[in-house]
Design a protein around this ligand. Structure first.
Ligand code: PMV
Length: 329
C-alpha cells in the first residue's frame, strides 16, 4: 500500500492567454488530494472517493464488465472521477510495464471539484505516483509530470494544457509557455481563496474567448496584454514585491472580465477582497464560476468573504513549495 498526495493550484496570472501561447504562472497551494493505492491479486480496479463536494462513492470494474456505483452521487461525477483514475492507472501500468496490474484506489481530496483549483490534476499525479511505487517503480518529477499531463489529456479528450499537472507535480510557483515548463522563484504568498460553490464550463469559456479574439483585434490585443502582464508579474515575484503582485492581479482580473469569463459571484468576491484591503484579487482558472484568489497577509479578506453573498467557502491557502509527496508506504 502506498499513499501519495499532491497540492491544488491557483493561477497567479495568465489563464486563457496561455491557450494562445502566452506564458502563465500557476502556483501550488496548501490543500491536497491524497491517493492510496493497493495492488490486487486480480486485474480489477476498485475506486473509492471522498471529496469536500460529494458524499463519496465506490465503484469496481475490470476487463470483463462495467462497474455500478453503489451510492447516491450523480453518475456524471462518478464517471468523471473514474475517467481520471482510469487514465492514471493506464499510465502507471505502462510506466511499470505491468499491463494487467489491478488496484484498490482510495481518493480523499480537500480541493473543491471543478472550481479552477486543479483537483483532477492533483488526483491524477498522486495516483500515478502511488501506483508506480506500489509496483516498485519510482518516476522522476519530469516523467511524473509528463505522464500526469498525458492522463489528463486522455481523460479530457485532448483538452488540457500542461499548466495544472506540471504545477501540482513539482509544487511552488511555475511558468508554463506551450510545452516549456519550469519552476520559478517566489516569496511566501499570503493567498486567500473564495469559492462560490459552483464551476464554469471550461470548454465553453475557452471557445468564447476564441470567438472574441477572432472577431475583434482589440480582444486579440487584450490576450497579448495578459502575456505582457504575466512577464511583469514574474519580475514582481522574483523581487518579492507583494504590492506590485497585487496590483497586477487586479489588472489581470479586469482583462479576464473584459474577455467575458468572470461572473457576478466572482466579481462580488473580488470586490469584497478589494474592499477588505487585499493587495489584489482575481478569478482563477477558466472562470464563469468557481474560485477567486486574493493576496492578503491579514485576516480581513477571509472574514469579508465569509460574509459575502454568493461566497460558499473562504480559506487561507499559502503557497505550497512541495509537489507530489509520499505520505505512507
Ligand atoms: O479551470 P482550470 O484550472 O482547469 O484552468 C483552465 C485554464 C485555461 O487557461 C482557461 C485553459 C487551459 O487549459 O489552460
Amino acid at each position: 500500500m502506498v499513499t501519495s498526495s499532491a497540492p491544488g493550484k491557483v493561477y497567479l496570472f495568465g489563464e486563457h492567454a496561455v491557450v494562445y501561447g502566452e506564458p502563465a504562472v500557476p502556483c501550488a497551494i496548501e490543500r491536497r488530494a491524497r491517493v492510496t493505492v493497493t495492488e490486487r491479486a486480480d486485474d480489477r480496479i476498485r475506486v473509492h472517493a471522498e471529496d469536500l463536494s460529494l458524499d463519496g462513492f465506490t465503484v469496481e470494474y475490470g476487463s470483463d464488465a462495467g462497474g455500478t456505483p453503489d451510492v447516491n452521487v450523480s453518475e456524471s461525477v462518478v464517471e468523471a472521477g473514474v475517467r481520471y483514475v482510469d487514465a492514471a492507472v493506464e499510465q502507471a501500468r505502462d510506466a511499470a510495464d505491468a499491463p494487467s496490474a489491478g488496484f484498490d484506489v482510495d481518493v480523499e481530496s480537500e480541493i473543491p471539484l471543478g472550481a479552477g483549483l486543479g483537483s483532477s490534476a492533483a488526483v491524477v499525479s498522486a495516483a500515478i505516483d502511488a501506483a508506480t511505487r506500489e509496483l516498485g517503480v519510482e518516476l522522476d518529477e519530469a516523467e511524473l509530470a509528463d505522464r500526469a499531463y498525458r492522463a489528463e489529456f486522455d481523460a479530457q479528450d485532448g483538452e488540457a494544457s500542461r499548466a495544472d499537472t506540471y504545477c501540482v507535480t513539482v509544487g511552488g510557483a511555475v511558468r508554463v509557455e506551450g510545452d516549456d515548463c519550469r519552476s520559478i522563484e517566489a516569496p511566501d504568498l499570503p493567498l486567500v481563496v473564495g469559492f462560490d460553490g459552483g464551476s464554469g464550463d471550461t470548454g465553453e469559456l475557452v471557445a468564447g474567448v476564441r470567438r472574441l479574439r477572432e472577431e475583434y483585434d482589440f480582444a486579440a490585443d487584450t490576450v497579448e496584454t495578459v502575456g505582457d502582464l504575466v512577464r511583469s508579474g514574474e519580475d514582481a515575484l522574483a523581487a518579492g514585491d507583494l504590492e506590485e503582485l497585487g496590483r497586477l492581479m487586479n489588472f489581470n482580473h479586469g482583462l479576464l472580465a473584459a474577455l467575458g469569463v468572470s461572473s457576478r459571484s466572482l466579481d462580488s468576491m473580488v470586490w469584497a477582497a478589494r474592499d477588505a484591503d487585499a493587495l489584489g484579487a482575481k478569478l482563477t482558472g477558466a472562470g464563469g464560476g468557481g474560485c477567486i484568489v486574493a493576496l492578503d497577509p491579514t485576516d480581513e479578506t477571509e472574514t469579508a468573504l465569509a460574509f459575502t453573498p454568493g461566497c460558499e467557502d473562504a480559506f487561507r491557502a499559502e503557497l505550497d513549495r512541495e509537489g507530489v509527496r509520499v505520505e505512507a508506504a
